[in-house]
Write a protein that binds this ligand. Structure first.
Ligand code: NAD
Ligand code: UDP
Length: 310
């Protein structure tokens, strides 16, 4: 089996490539290193079943030979990154999605879109099930990501309905673990970096906003099952950990685990920052027999070890 992974040099993409290689797939990784790094995949280059193409998926994509599966992950994912690259973000989740869908159609390959819990925006329903349509500000600073993911979902469904493509949409909730960039601005790498350096941890707002954090190995297991199970054409599935925590609790946990004396610095809230986020994962449990197994405490310990270089 041959799989194309776009965003292969990113945080989730690099773990996913490893997983497919372990399962005996031939993996074509594609990335332009906008927010990812060659360091994340350097260890894969000696694998005969791994082939890397340095390429921007916004342009027409040519791949030699057959493909059975396309996994479209390319896209800046951290709010700081996508707000630094607003137009690129919209291009990669419109033109990039169009190109990868066109490729999947040409190769008669199955297609998995890495979408996001951000399609739910500042959700008015809690926890969020897949049939909730979301509450998104279409012109706010996060819209470049939220609306692009919503467009990617709509386009994928159009290819499913018009061309009969076997597409699956993963709505990924906050995921963390080794290989996140130290400076990507997401909350877990930021807190760990600050704690290890003994510097104040920045909290936007009063820290009462919630997120539900999934360890990367659990997420990759869910993505792998979604990509390889039969009979899931056109399905949209939440993948995330339903263990909800406030950002203030998270800061305290990171301080405890690192043994740091860092203080907390409260800063103004970020515009359109969703106040609560937690996945309803009943559908993933039913269709994929999947649920996360790593709790936040254990996942954070692993991640801290990696950030500390241990
Ligand atoms: P990441 O930034 O680490 O990885 C994204 C990768 O895509 C990077 O390697 C980047 O260089 C690459 N890329 C960006 N634009 C590209 C282009 N035009 N052509 C080729 N490559 C390009 O982010 P991540 O956390 O690994 O996220 C991966 C995917 O999962 C993204 O689609 C993201 O939206 C989705 N997702 C992630 C999370 C999360 O919590 N990590 C949550 C929801 C959705
Ligand atoms: N956050 C924070 N300090 C930081 C980074 C993030 O308080 O240094 C908060 C942010 O305001 C949000 C939550 O942590 O409420 C998660 O932010 P992140 O950027 O990780 O991802 P999001 O879930 O917003 O996409």
């Amino acid at each position: 089996m041959r799989v194309l992974v776009t965003g292969a040099a990113g945080f989730i993409g690099s773990h996913l490539c490893e997983r497919f290689l372990r399962e005996g797939f031939y993996v074509v990784g594609m990335d332009n290193f906008l927010t990812g790094s060659p360091d994340n995949i350097a260890h894969l280059f000696e694998n005969r079943n791994f082939h890397f193409i340095h390429y921007n998926v916004v342009n027409y994509i040519y791949i030699e030979g057959p493909l059975d599966l396309v996994m479209h992950l390319a896209c800046p994912a951290s709010p700081v990154d996508y707000m630094n690259h607003p137009i690129h973000t919209m291009k990669v989740d419109s033109l990039g999605t169009l190109n990868t869908l066109g490729l999947a159609k040409l190769k008669k390959a199955r297609y998995v879109l890495a979408s996001s819990s951000e399609v739910y925006g500042s959700a008015q329903v809690h926890p969020q099930p897949e049939d909730y349509w979301g509450y998104v500000n279409p012109v706010g600073p996060r819209s470049v990501y939220d609306e692009a993911k919503r467009f990617s979902e709509a386009l994928s469904m159009a290819y499913h309905r018009e061309h009969g493509l076997d597409i699956r949409i993963a709505r990924i909730f906050n995921t963390y673990g080794p290989r996140m960039r130290r400076d990507d601005g997401r909350v877990i790498p930021t807190f760990i970096e600050k704690a290890l350096k003994g510097e104040p941890m920045p909290i936007y707002g009063d820290g009462s906003q919630t997120r539900s954090f999934c360890y990367v190995d659990d997420l990759v297991e869910g993505l792998f099952r979604l990509a390889t199970a039969e009979g899931l054409d056109g399905e949209v599935v939440n993948l995330g950990n339903p263990q909800e925590t406030t950002i203030l609790e998270l800061a305290k946990k990171v301080t405890e685990i690192t043994g740091s004396h860092s203080s907390i610095e409260f800063l103004p809230s970020r515009p359109d920052d969703p106040p609560r986020r937690c996945p309803n994962i009943e559908k993933a449990k039913r269709l994929l027999q999947w649920q996360p197994v790593k709790d936040l405490e254990e996942g954070l310990r692993n991640t801290v070890r990696w950030f500390a270089g241990l």
